[in-house]
Design a protein around this ligand. Structure first.
Ligand code: SF4
Length: 74
């Protein structure tokens, strides 16, 4: 099973929210309006966070749509 790890370069996030529309189960805005990745404890972090294999394509789509190229996958 291949695991996808996702993180966000919060220094370049423009709060455009495309990632939230594409993958609301994975991304969320923090209190500062900067996007993060939801972690297993319900928090929001810059990552990296492992995502389930069936969510990998959503993450790839979000990374492609992000105008700031802030979403990084490994
Ligand atoms: S799509 Fe990119 S720029 Fe917009 S909120 Fe998400 S990470 Fe930030």
């Amino acid at each position: 099973m291949t695991t996808t790890r996702v993180e966000i370069d919060q220094s370049v996030c423009q709060s455009a929210r495309y990632c939230l529309r594409t993958a609301p189960g994975i991304f969320a805005l923090g209190p500062d309006d900067i996007a993060g990745v939801k972690d297993a404890d319900g928090g929001i972090t810059a990552g990296p966070v492992d995502v389930l294999p069936d969510q990998a394509s959503l993450v790839d789509t979000a990374a492609w749509e992000c105008p700031a190229a802030a979403i990084l996958t490994h």
